[in-house]
Every structure is written in C-alpha cells, then in structure tokens.
Design a protein around this ligand. Structure first.
Ligand code: COI
Length: 351
C-alpha cells in the first residue's frame, strides 16, 4: 500500500493523561476512492482537510455510512483490534441499504490493520483508553439531482480516546423520547448512517437540558417498546435473565451487544431477545424483579443505567449503582480487549 508519511509527528503534543472522546486525531488517515465502477487502490496520507464542492451529493442527500471500532494496547505486546470482521460485515450491510458499493470484508480489515499498524504509537496505554477507529464512506460526486452516486470516497481516521460518557462507569440517567422517533420499520434504523444520528440531536439536546445523558428510543409504531438508547443498544437483567430488544430492522446490530449476548449464554444465563415495553421496564424496576439496566456500544463499552424517566415518572435502578452483571460484562470484555483474559471467542486480531 502506498504510504505518504507526515514530515513531523504531532504525537508529542498530545496529553495522553487527559484524553477526551473524538477530538484528537492521529498523524495519518487512509483513503480509497470508488470510480469507473470499482474501488481503487487505498493509500495512507497525512491526516488533514479534504477539498469538496458545496454540490457534493452526500451533503445534500446523506448517502453515507460509517463504522466505529477500537484498538487496545495488548498487555503482552502488540495492539488488539476488537472484532474487525463483524464491523466489516455491518458496514457491508449499511452500504447496501443506502446503495453504496460494498467494500469486501478482507479489504476493509486489511485497510484497518494497515492504518493501525502505522499509528500504533497512538494507541494509548491507560486502562479505559483506546484508539478509536472511524471508517467513513460517502458519495463524492458533485451533483445535486437525487440519484445513486457514481463516485465514493472511503476514509479511515483514528483517534486516541478515553470514556465516551463523562460518567465513565458510573450509572447514567436516561429519559424516553417523548414525541420523537429514531427509526421506523422499513427505514434506516439498522444501518449506521448519518441520518439516524441527525434525527437524534433534537431529542438528545432536550434530554441534556433536563439533566439526562441520553434518550431511550421507543418504537415508532406504538411508542411502547424499547428500541435502543442514543449511541448504544440496551440490555436488562430481569429475574436473573438477560433481556434485550430483538434485531428486527429498527435498531443497530451492535458488536458489543453481540458480545454481551455470547458471554451471557456462555455463563449459563437465560437470554431473551424479545420486545420489552417501557411499562414493563418501569414496573419491574419498581417491583424489584429488574435489577440492572445497561447500555452497550463500542464507544460506550458497558454503561450502567442508574435512573429512567418516562412520562413524568422516575425510577432508580439498583440504587443508582452498577450491578454485578454489568460489572462482570465490563471486566470480561475489556479484559479480552486488553489481552488480560483469554480470548476464547476469537474476537481479537493482534497487529
Ligand atoms: C460507537 O459506539 O462506535 C458509535 O458509533 C457511537 C457514536 C460515537 C456515534
């Protein structure tokens, strides 16, 4: 792969002891263009501005998808990338949904590995930190008619990050979305496309104003069943079973969600992928049968939920503390990511 290196690295200017999420980017990025009916050869270049026309079709019609995965410093040496194969697969499905020519999984993984290999010094060392990898594909044609673009650009950038939420592993407060919906059946919900996040901004801002971290999205048809949370999937521990909404098209098929379900089954827990209504959640927290609620996501990892607000009523989960299942999930997943626990599921690729 062609690599044009920066003349001088910016790494010395980064305060690795005080990282935030998504503000610092490493020296290089990978880019690959799609033209004449095929993806061209990728190359790695210095991270920096890209020139686009105001008529870039993505800016108008949102034909774009992205991914988010992480690389961790393996305690035994090397850098661990967590489940790049699943991210490649999900990006393929997202691309298909918005008519973007797919990048095959091998090519995606090779591209991620090449960039992480070059940027390995940017992978932070402290527990709780990681190198966040953001692949992005967008329609790059300069054309303002509504049609499937004939040209695309694929970029991968990397960013050393700490916890996504300021709360870290402390429980977050969530509220239901009121009159807003994130995705409806047949819509874009299961694709990782920009539109879903644009739809989330107004209700998210309202939740933040009221002192909540994120919104719980209810289904678009009945406004009754839980879909997911702002930037995460959601799981519940009820009567000792792990319950999570099923993948029926409106929620994002999370890679951390998948890992949590595999672990729960492996530990012998009952796993129920089923519709769960907000009324069931509120009443089972109140009667004590629901003992834990937690969000799952690449950026958020495992995020315990301490409080839920719905239609003027608040319930406190597990006295506002992280519960044993959430803690064990967090410890096991991060243990595998940092190479401290055996990777018996084959989730990690070390570069
Ligand atoms: C992720 O968890 O990787 C996400 O993509 C969430 C977000 C930062 C948009």
């Amino acid at each position: 792969m062609k690599i044009s290196r920066v003349k001088e690295s910016r790494i010395g200017k980064v305060d690795f002891d005080h990282l935030s999420f998504g503000t610092t980017f490493s020296d290089h990025m990978l880019r690959m263009n799609y033209a004449h009916g095929a993806w061209q050869e990728p190359e790695i270049v210095p991270f920096g501005p890209i020139q686009v026309m105001p008529s870039l079709s993505t800016l108008h019609y949102g034909q774009t998808v992205f991914e988010g995965l992480k690389a961790f410093r393996n305690r035994k040496g090397g850098v661990n990338i967590f489940r790049p194969d699943m991210h490649a697969e999900r990006m393929k499905h997202s691309c298909e949904r918005v008519c973007i020519p797919v990048i095959n999984n091998e090519r995606f993984i090779e591209a991620v590995e090449a960039l992480v290999d070059l940027e390995r010094d940017w992978v932070p060392k402290a527990r709780g930190t990681a190198l966040y990898i953001r692949p992005l594909v967008f329609a790059s044609e300069s054309y303002i008619g509504v049609r499937i673009s004939e040209e695309y650009a694929f970029y991968i950038m990397t960013s050393p990050v700490a916890a996504y939420f300021k709360e870290g592993l402390n429980p977050v407060r969530l509220m239901t979305s009121g009159d807003f919906v994130r995705a409806c059946p047949g819509g874009l919900g299961e694709a990782k496309t920009a539109a879903n996040y644009a739809a989330s901004l107004l209700p998210q801002a309202e939740a933040n104003r009221k002192g909540y971290s994120q919104v719980i999205w209810l289904d678009a048809v009945e406004g009754k069943y839980i879909d997911e949370v702002g930037t995460m999937n959601i799981a519940f521990v009820k009567d000792g079973a792990l319950v999570t909404p099923p993948l029926e098209g409106t929620i994002l098929p999370g890679i951390t969600r998948n890992s949590v379900l595999q672990l729960a089954r492996h530990w012998g827990m009952t796993v129920e992928e089923r519709r769960i209504s907000i009324d069931e959640v509120m009443s089972s927290i109140e009667d004590g049968s629901m003992t834990e609620v937690f969000g799952t996501g690449t950026a958020a990892v495992i995020s315990p939920v301490g409080e839920i607000h719905h239609k003027g009523k608040n319930v406190i989960v597990n006295e506002g503390r992280i519960g044993p299942v959430s803690q064990k999930m967090y410890d096991t997943i991060t243990g595998i990511q940092y190479g401290e626990i055996d990777d018996e599921f084959g989730w990690v690729r070390t570069v």
